[in-house]
Each structure stands twice: as C-alpha cells, then as structure tokens.
Ligand binder design. Structure first.
Ligand code: ZN
Length: 147
C-alpha cells in the first residue's frame, strides 16, 4: 500500500513540468548537438522560457553553446556575423535586431535560460533556433514553431 502511494505521488510530482506549455528545456553536448530539433510553442503563451543545459565535459572556450532565436531567413547570416563577435559578446553582433532572444554561452555542467517575449513573434512565421558558437549552427539548429 505504501509503495503504491509513493508511486502515485512520484507520478503526480512529474506532471507540472509537462503541464507547463510555455517553457521548455534543451541540452547541448560535446558532439555539437541539441537534443531537440523542434520546439512547439502555443500561440497563447505571452512569454516562453527556454532553459539550456550543457551535458558535455568540454569548456565554453572550445565547445560553448548558446540558444539564439531569429527568423529562419536571418539565422545563417546572423551565425556568420556572430562568429566574428567573440566569446565576450556570446558570439552575437551587439544590438542586432535580428536576434529575437538569446542566452549566454555556457560550457560543461552549466545552465542558463532566456524568456522569449512572444509579442515579437507571429503565428505562422518561420523561426529557427541555433547555437552561434563558431561552426556550430550547421548542426545545432532547429525549428521554433508557434501554433
Ligand atoms: Zn554550440
């Protein structure tokens, strides 16, 4: 009886994270990969929070990751420009309006997050998230879908 109750409690405690549609978590690793290719966002969300973790063992100087959101049409040019901007600027051109949201660059074992202001985005438009660390965007990208 006790075990059944405990199991029930555990499953209930796992629910809130799933029930929260206006937030997600994503991880980057040493193989230059995100663990998600698509992030779906309900259009009803006023803000959307993305928590980024780095499950690899390499430091941010050599295998840093961030999470950057832009229009899909902008992301490749933005990633190229970002590669020139340096680690101190999170590999993003400063003040660039193509950046809709971004986290800091993190390394092994670190965690960071960003809250996206959904009033800047439109349902049906094409958005991409990516890592702007030099050379990473080709592998580390995915679709950010508002629906
Ligand atoms: Zn990266």
């Amino acid at each position: 009886m006790r075990k059944v109750l405990l199991a029930a409690l555990l499953s209930v405690s796992a629910l809130p994270a799933l029930a929260d549609d206006c937030a997600t978590a994503i991880d980057g690793n040493d193989a230059m990969q995100f663990d998600k290719k698509t992030i779906n966002v309900p259009a009803s969300c006023k803000t959307f929070t993305v928590t980024l973790t780095h499950s690899g063992s390499m430091p941010k100087q050599t295998m840093g990751h961030n999470w950057v959101l832009s229009k899909t049409a902008d992301y490749q040019a933005l990633a190229m420009a970002g590669a020139q901007a340096g680690l101190d600027n999170d590999y993003l051109p400063q003040g660039d309006t193509r950046v809709l949201a971004h986290t800091a660059i993190i390394g092994s074992g670190e965690q960071t997050k960003v809250t996206v202001d959904m009033s800047k985005l439109q349902k049906g438009s094409d958005y991409t998230f990516f890592c702007s660390f030099p050379g990473h965007f080709a592998l580390m990208n995915g679709k950010f879908v508002v629906n």
